[in-house]
Design a protein around this ligand. Structure first.
Ligand code: COA
Length: 541
């Protein structure tokens, strides 16, 4: 195979990962490639972590600010977090070690819409980008770069960073060349022009990234796979969620609100999203398109079997089996997949124009349709908002899905008031759980609440917190008429109850004062304060 480094001058800058990592100093702002565990630098961050460990042992802590496209992998986020080498991280993560440090308050984490990162960088909100470490699949004779398995923010990092380290990863298939579409026409207002993309399969840019060769201070050869996390096999709840969604799509097609080939699909990260995609292959569809952020195994299978004829994204997030399937059949996939920068894959203008169907996972939704995608109990981050807001806010349909309970049925995914809001009731159109689907379009708050309770949480186990089943709601409503409010939720009491639940910790089967009241009946230490029109109550101890 031809050498991956074809630019003569770049050979002079070849060095080891350790030598390249030595170019990074404490306090620097370092932008790195990587998006959902694909296309991240594999060796320089680990060599850097070793330097950080040595510095810490010598009593001189060495920390940097790290910006990426999205989540990376143990070799980057895990290694730097373990070495306590990050003071700031943005815009998305999913690494367990990093998550723990963030939630312990040791690392500042900016959780932001992925489409905003490039423009915020150009505006200088993150300060000067001292250095970028970018994985590429190759360097052309003229210095242009063959992007790797993700594009993310690489165009912006290459433009904005003072100095650049390139990792040329020979493990990435040479057949990636030609799969990318890098658009160089974006700008800050008032110089912004319409982006000329009207269908997911259109090319508006070129297959290569540009870099000023003078800024490249090191080139490092690597030969290592991406993170390749396995997905759990679709469980019963995921299959039920998928079934409700497919029924809904059929209904919308019959009503003439969706075309027979649907509209371009966006599918979020996580096991549920992957399982829903897998189920789509049984829906009798063919020739669909996807305008999304990430290509997971489920999406790859849909492309393989012709259900999806073309997918536009910014990255892959595949299991090891998915990578093998992709690499073995790369010529087939190259004509059916386009990878773009994340400012384009997630661009509000394009998502709105194309009428994308946005389908994303969630931690919890409340009965009015506010959605929490990111935080457990209001303060501990799970991953981040990622692109879910870009798509939900601008899609023609915004779907949020989750099993109706988490943690073996002990926590309700449908609650009176979410503990953290990522997507407001104004952006949420469809809520789906294994129990059913609530179409919130055209409904006022009380109607939304009734529908979400009836459809998405009618059969919760008796100890499910914060939620009333219809019979209990009716009984309590008779005893306590609702206050005349547009949104009949007494927020202060709801917060107080939630705080109490978290302060005391959730003992098994007794996770929330509301539940406790219901379970203990008249012996409860909680007194009903009021009832709303749909059965959600505020309680006082
Ligand atoms: N309370 C406590 N924990 C909860 C919970 C709740 N209400 N709901 C989910 N969880 C936990 C699960 O138990 C699981 O924990 P574990 O890893 O310890 O087992 C974890 O959250 C993931 O949940 P899971 O049910 O496996 O779903 P998932 O893999 O589909 O992920 C999100 C769900 C919300 C975490 C994921 O979709 C996400 O990060 N979304 C935000 C970003 C996004 O949407 N990006 C897409 C844009 S393209």
């Amino acid at each position: 195979m031809q050498d991956r480094i074809r630019h003569a001058g770049m050979h002079d800058r070849l060095m080891s990962a350790e030598q390249a990592a030595a170019l990074i100093g404490p306090g620097m702002t370092v932008a790195m490639s990587g998006f959902t565990g694909a296309g991240y630098p594999k060796s320089v961050p680990q060599a850097l972590a070793a330097r950080m460990d040595a510095a810490a042992a010598a009593g001189a802590p060495f920390r940097i600010k790290v910006l990426t496209g999205a989540s990376t992998a143990p070799e980057l986020d895990g290694a730097l977090a373990r070495a306590n080498g990050m003071e700031l991280r943005l815009p998305y993560q999913s690494d367990p070690v990093l998550r723990e440090r963030i939630n312990n308050g040791e690392i500042d984490y900016i959780d932001m819409h992925l489409s905003h990162v490039a423009q915020h960088t150009w505006s200088g909100f993150f300060g000067n980008i001292d250095l970028a470490v970018i994985e590429v699949a190759g360097i052309l004779e003229d210095g242009r770069l063959i992007p790797s398995s993700s594009v993310g923010n690489n165009k912006t990092w290459l433009d904005q960073a003072d100095q650049i380290i390139l990792e040329v990863n020979a493990f990435q298939p040479a057949g990636l060349e030609g799969m990318h579409d890098i658009y160089y026409g974006t700008a800050l207002p008032p110089d912004r022009k319409p982006i000329p993309l009207t269908a997911p399969d259109e090319r508006i840019g070129e297959p290569y990234l540009h870099v000023d060769p003078a800024k490249v201070v090191a080139v490092v050869r690597t030969d290592a796979p991406d993170r390749n996390s396995p997905f759990s096999a679709p469980d019963e709840a995921s299959r039920e969620i998928a079934g409700h969604l497919l029924d809904f799509f059929d209904h919308e097609i019959q009503r003439g609100r969706l075309p027979g080939k649907l509209l371009p699909l966006q599918s979020g990260v996580g096991n549920i999203a992957n399982a829903v995609l897998a189920a789509l292959s049984e829906g009798g569809y063919e020739g669909l398109t996807a305008y999304t952020e990430v290509i997971q195994d489920g999406m790859l299978n849909l492309i393989r079997n012709g259900v999806i004829k073309m997918a536009s994204a910014t990255s892959f997030s595949l299991s090891a089996a998915g990578v093998k399937e992709f690499n073995d059949n790369i010529d087939f996939y190259r004509t059916r997949i386009l990878l773009r920068t994340q400012e384009i894959s997630n661009h509000p203008e394009l998502i709105r124009r194309l009428g994308v169907i946005a389908m994303n996972g969630m931690i919890e939704a409340d009965i009015y349709g506010n959605v929490n995608s990111t935080h457990i109990a209001g303060s501990k981050v799970m991953n981040g908002i990622g692109g879910s807001g870009d798509f939900a806010r601008n899609g023609s349909l915004s779907v949020f899905m989750s099993p109706s309970t988490a943690k073996s049925g002990s926590i309700s995914g449908i609650v009176p008031m979410v503990s953290h809001v990522d997507h407001t009731e104004h952006d949420t159109m469809i809520i789906v759980t294994d129990q059913g689907l609530a179409d919130l379009r055209g409904l006022a708050p009380k109607q939304r609440a009734q529908l979400i309770i009836d459809r998405c949480a009618p059969r919760l186990p008796p100890h499910a917190p914060g939620l009333l089943r219809p019979r209990q709601a009716r009984e309590l409503r008779q005893a306590h008429p609702p206050p005349p409010r547009r949104v009949p939720l007494l927020a202060r009491q709801a917060c107080r109850n939630r705080q109490h639940a978290h302060a005391t910790g959730p003992p098994p089967n007794r996770l929330n004062p509301i539940t406790q009241h219901l379970n203990n009946g008249r012996n409860s230490q909680y007194q009903v304060l009021s009832m709303d029109g749909v059965g959600i109550v505020s309680f006082r101890k």
